[in-house]
Design a protein around this ligand. Structure first.
Ligand code: MV4
Length: 449
């Protein structure tokens, strides 16, 4: 097992990784920017190294500064958390070249999954159901030809896309001309490649993802699904597991498909397969080769500590259990609490003057915040995750309502009132929502004013 792990991240996830290491008897090294000297992850870690100025590009994205910090402190592994360098195959490779273990999948599989077109091809071979799609598009004419083959509506996507950038829908030939040109221009602007391709456009899907865990010897399990359809601007807001849209049979089927695909792909460490789900059918979109923000809901219902498993697996341990050993218990829901105006979503950094987190049975709060902490304006606005677990979905919902009521955060605006509103809507209570639900709800509130 590792003696010392460097945590190449900040915020609640840095704390999350520190906690796992501590409980495993592993020493931790925090890295931080000049703006984060007061951060909780820096206070708790055994050692801390300042790796640069506030701007992420100068600190949390600075590969050589991070690897130097690992050398200086004698860390034998690096956990990248999520965001920042977590999905950089180049970083993973660089870490390994310096004789340090990267806590994550092999760089080759990260690279394969990072490219939408190669990911699609590999996934089809691995037996995943994907939406009908095209190869790389050469011209507007070529795009129209493929749109006719697939049938409108279609969506043009960037090969290197993410976060909805470089994505344009088209419902007919006329719209196709613009969609192709705009998607290509956006891709050129945002990514290294301007290559685009096309898929059949699903109009009212849910976003359902499968968590998998794989060791370095081909043993793979799935840890069930998460329904992440409550989102806006490609930012998830509430996630839950199990999905209210699936029955037990569908759940087991897609679970086995994902598990088997990870095995065929030769995947290792923790990963998440994202699907769209519409009219009883699953369509694979992409694979995230990292720990995810919403992993705690899976931990709640499976009893498995995903971060500890990542560390164990990276150190060369065998999984040591198989699918039949995994049991799912109850229902879990997560609310992402952001320091933002709950109406406009404008970021709201500043000093936390009061902080009281809820507790009690079935309540977990993952946060870096403490009373008197000053939220810097340079990073993501998520300041806490509230995770509740109950025997049934209704029990979890009642508990969530209670916990949100108990939460006291003063000094900054937060999205707590938005969460309270969402979970009191009939559609949410009934589990009747798709990826467009939250944006529609926000618009209807706006026009009711
Ligand atoms: C789609 C889609 C509909 N049909 N692909 C958005 C981000 C990227 N990961 C994939 N995305 C989508 N791909 C087809 N063929 C709709 C979306 C989409 C979406 C997906 C998941 C969660 C939220 C979303 C919001 C808008 C669009």
């Amino acid at each position: 097992m590792f003696e010392k792990v460097l945590i190449a991240n900040r915020g609640e996830v840095a704390l999350r990784i520190h906690r796992a290491c501590r409980e495993m008897g592993i020493k931790t090294v925090a890295v931080h920017s000049e703006a984060d000297a007061d951060a909780m992850h820096v206070r708790l870690a055994d050692e801390a190294v300042c790796i640069g100025p506030a701007r992420s590009t100068d600190s949390y994205l600075n590969m050589s500064a991070i690897i130097s910090a690992a050398h200086i402190t004698g860390a034998d592994a690096i956990h990248p958390g999520f965001g920042f360098l977590s999905e950089s195959a180049d970083f993973a490779e660089m870490v390994e070249e310096h004789g340090i273990t990267f806590i994550g999948p092999r760089p080759e599989i990260m690279r394969q999954m990072g490219d939408k077109i190669t990911a699609r091809e590999a996934s089809i071979k691995a037996g995943l159901p994907v939406v009908p799609g095209s190869p790389a598009l050469e011209s507007v004419e070529h795009a129209i030809e493929w749109a006719h083959k697939i049938g409108y509506p279609v969506i043009v996507k960037a090969k290197d896309g993410g976060g909805g950038k470089g994505m344009k829908t088209a419902f007919n030939d006329e719209e196709m001309k613009e969609a192709y040109t705009m998607a290509k221009a956006e891709a050129k602007n945002a990514f290294t490649s301007d290559v685009v391709y096309m898929e059949k456009y699903l109009q009212k899907p849910r976003h359902i993802e499968m968590q998998v865990l794989a060791d370095n010897y081909g043993n793979v399990v799935h840890l069930g699904e998460r329904d992440c359809s409550i989102q806006r601007n490609h930012q998830k807001v509430i996630e839950e597991t199990p999905s209210p849209a699936l029955n037990q049979k569908q759940r087991e089927e897609i679970g086995e498909i994902a598990r088997h695909a990870a095995e065929v792909l030769g995947y290792n460490n923790a990963g998440t397969m994202e699907f769209l789900y519409e009219d009883g059918k699953f369509y694979f979109l992409e694979m995230n080769t990292r720990l995810q923000v919403e992993h705690p809901i899976t931990e709640a219902i499976s009893g498995i500590d995903i971060v500890k498993e990542q560390i164990r697996i990276a150190s060369g341990a065998q999984l040591g259990y198989s699918q039949k050993d995994i049991q799912f218990n109850g229902h879990a829901i997560e609310c992402r609490i952001n320091a933002e105006d709950p109406e406009t979503f404008a970021p709201w950094p500043g000093k936390i003057t009061e902080w009281h987190a809820p507790g009690g049975l079935g309540v977990r709060v993952d946060s870096e915040i403490y009373s008197g902490y000053k939220i810097p304006p340079f990073y993501d606005s998520m300041i806490a995750k509230l995770i509740v677990h109950g025997k049934t979905r209704n029990a979890a919902l009642m508990r969530l309502r209670r916990a949100l009521e108990e939460f006291v955060i003063e000094g900054v605006k937060t999205t707590i009132p938005l969460h309270q509103e969402i979970i009191s809507q009939t559609d949410f209570i009934d589990g009747q929502y798709n990826i467009h639900w939250l944006e529609k709800f926000m618009n209807s509130k706006q026009s009711a004013k």
